[in-house]
Design a protein. Structure first.
Lengths: 372, 308
């Protein structure tokens, strides 16, 4: 895609080619700039690794091997990508309305606790009923949590970035309270946790893979979110409101319900991520629910430029980087925060690259239009 | 030391002592953020700067055996992070809130990366001044054992309050914060002023971090900060960008933070985690109470993106 940038501006060519180039140029900017930023971020991280006296080539080789190099590591990567898909949607959906919600971690944690709490009285019920009700409970818990952030934003003008992060801290405290108090399984001595769910409610692996169905749920959710934003009237209204709230109000759009609804849906997706963690990975709700997926999800969403379809490859990429963390620790004697430093660097470069949009002539569709 | 049984009086006393102990990081972070926000920019990355400052202070204090060198080193790193934030935000179309979020993740990641070797060893503490010498009750003495940084923070709050009103630098800061155009008309470069304001804000936030690792709780680990850097940003809005208000709000937050441990000290262990959430709930309630749709906040710098 970069080679079209170097080509001279065409004045005479077939209409089909011209239309194709115009189509490409319209979309290329949103792909080329984030990819370039990703490469620059990784290059900066190489410099960092070289400065502390380790080999960047070995690091990236290990990262490749730990994340994508074998069928085993690919499955590990995909398992980690599953919650990231849903966590990133929790950022991307409100972002379309111009809201920066960064407290997805809270919805994940509460979704997990709600799912585990519902599973206890349901023990013995058919597997389908149990899993469905756990999912609904998790989506409700997460949806209420982030929906409240949206409502506070619209009706009380409370900054959503700060309030969502505060609510994440409150959610984690609430989880600790519930897991160590009212919902605690007395048999869990060393690591306080809720009662282990009925084995019938475990979300199993996709046939032929060692990856649980959560991955499919995440991908379906991303596609559904894309359809919602791009192909429905609610998505259209949300994009207008995200562009200009006043204009949307003048058009008679109900901005309040739109904001609350999108935030609630976003929180519902994050809550679902918590339910999958409980049902497919942990088997009960415990402190491991706050594993930071919500925060990595912020990076995924920004890297995907808040586009739900782009979230899918980005989540897999970052899931792979995440998955290689253990290997880096063992082989190169690097701290476990190495991955976090890399993520931080990529995040910063991605944000700085925002300044590049509209600066390159090659990305201007008009340039490729046939001068008729 | 003999323990005198003072019964339930221990709770308010522990909250008072706790408020003084817990509030110090809030004071520094919020004063730093007040300077940054007065210039019209918001730095949500102070949380990351605070954690990195805590690590730097602890590491330097351990290596040089001087806690004050640790504080100075933390200030230097905080200023560097602040300059970085200010420099990036100068580019057009770059969002200062998003950069802050990235800096929050990056700063803590970097702190955990370099701080790994310093989790075990113990570094010298910052000194405290026993203001409770007049009392024979050990709880009172404990509550009034005040760290030097708290006193410095209080002095700084008064100084800034005065400086915002009465100095040339304070006027420049306020003009830039209220209107970039007016500032340019006066021949000022808003970007430069904001760059410096963010650097100073970062340096102060790092002092807050140094207090955490060198005095209370007084050790370095990856869970050292529990969102103080972020709560301080909300606190500045609550305090209406007034340094004296920041100081008072920091004390209030410190008291809320001390509620859980204080109740635990008299044997109330039920719902410990809920009390632990008190500062966050308080912050949220205050934000709800002080925000209002349809009008901008009184005293808000006109160029601030978060209140627009």
């Amino acid at each position: 895609m970069t080679d079209i940038a170097s080509r001279p501006a065409p004045g005479f060519q077939s209409p089909a080619l011209s239309a194709a180039l115009e189509w490409l140029a319209r979309r290329a900017e949103g792909v080329v700039i984030p990819l370039a930023a990703l490469v620059v971020g990784m290059a900066l991280f190489s410099v960092f690794i070289a400065l502390i006296g380790k080999s960047p080539t070995q690091l990236y080789e290990l990262m490749w091997r730990g994340g994508f190099g074998s069928w085993f590591s690919i499955q590990n990567t995909l398992s980690r990508a599953a919650p990231l898909l849903l966590a990133a949607l929790c950022v991307a959906l409100p972002a379309r309305l111009g809201l920066v919600v960064i407290g997805g971690e809270g919805a994940i944690v509460l979704g997990g606790v709600a799912a585990a709490a519902v599973a206890v009285p349901l023990a013995g019920a058919p597997s389908f009923v149990g899993i469905a009700l756990m999912g609904i409970a998790a989506m409700l818990a997460g949806g209420l949590w982030i929906g409240a952030v949206g409502a506070l934003r619209h009706y009380r003008a409370v900054n959503e970035t700060i309030s969502s992060l505060l609510m994440a801290y409150i959610a984690i405290a609430l989880m600790n309270h519930l897991v160590e108090g009212p919902l605690r399984d007395p048999a869990s001595l060393n690591k306080p946790s809720t009662h282990t769910i009925d084995p019938a409610f475990v979300v199993g692996p996709i046939p032929g893979m060692d990856v649980h169905w959560g991955l499919v749920v995440g991908i379906v959710a991303c596609v559904a979110a894309w359809v919602l934003i791009e192909k429905t009237r609610w998505g259209f209204a949300a994009r207008i409101a995200g562009g200009n709230v006043r204009a949307a109000q003048v058009q008679g759009l109900a901005v309040g319900p739109l904001i609350v609804g999108f935030c609630a849906l976003a929180g519902g997706f994050a809550g679902l991520a918590g339910m999958i963690e409980v049902s497919a990975v942990q088997g009960n709700a415990n402190g491991s629910l706050a594993a930071g997926y919500g925060y990595t999800g912020i990076l995924v969403a920004f890297l995907a430029r808040q586009n739900p379809l782009a979230i899918i490859p980005v989540a897999i990429l970052l899931g792979g980087i995440d998955a290689s963390g253990g290997l880096l620790q063992r082989r190169m004697d690097l701290p476990d925060a190495t991955v976090q430093v890399l993520q931080g660097m990529i995040f910063l470069v991605i944000l700085v690259s925002d300044t590049l949009y509209g600066r390159f002539k090659a990305f201007n569709p008009d340039l490729w239009k046939r001068s008729a | 030391m003999e323990t005198t049984d003072i019964g339930l009086w221990g709770v308010p006393l522990a909250i008072l002592g706790g408020a003084i102990r817990v509030s110090t990081p809030f004071i520094f972070v919020s004063l730093g953020e007040a300077i940054t926000e007065r210039s019209g920019r918001i730095n949500l990355g102070l949380e990351g700067i605070l954690v990195f400052g805590a690590m730097t202070a602890y590491a330097v204090a351990y290596l040089t055996n001087s806690p004050w060198l640790g504080v100075l080193a933390a200030m230097a790193t905080g200023a560097a992070f602040g300059l970085f934030h200010g420099w990036i935000c100068k580019f057009p179309k770059v969002n200062d809130i998003a950069i802050g979020i990235a800096l929050m993740l990056f700063g803590s990641g970097l702190a955990f990366f370099f701080g790994k070797p310093f989790i075990q060893p113990s570094a010298p503490d910052l000194p405290a001044i026993p203001l409770g010498w007049w009392s024979s009750i050990p709880q009172v003495q404990a509550a009034l054992s005040v760290n030097v940084l708290f006193i410095l923070g209080a002095a700084l709050a008064v100084l800034l309050w005065w400086a915002f009103r009465n100095t040339r630098a304070g006027l420049i800061l306020r003009v830039v914060g209220d209107s970039s155009d007016a500032a340019r008309a006066m021949g000022l470069n808003p970007d430069t002023v904001r760059l410096l304001a963010t650097a100073v804000g970062g340096a102060f936030a790092a002092v807050g971090g140094a207090y955490l690792s060198l005095y209370y709780p007084g050790s370095w680990n990856e869970g050292i900060s529990s969102g103080q850097g972020l709560m301080a940003v909300a606190l500045v809005i609550f305090a209406r960008w007034n340094p004296l208000g920041c100081f008072a709000a920091a004390l209030l937050f410190g008291g809320a933070g001390a509620l859980g441990p204080a109740l635990q000290s008299v044997g109330v262990t039920q719902g410990y985690y809920l009390f632990y959430a008190a500062p966050y709930i308080l912050t949220l309630l205050i934000m709800i109470a002080t925000s209002s749709p349809g009008r901008t906040l009184a005293g808000a710098p006109g160029e601030l993106s978060i209140t627009k």
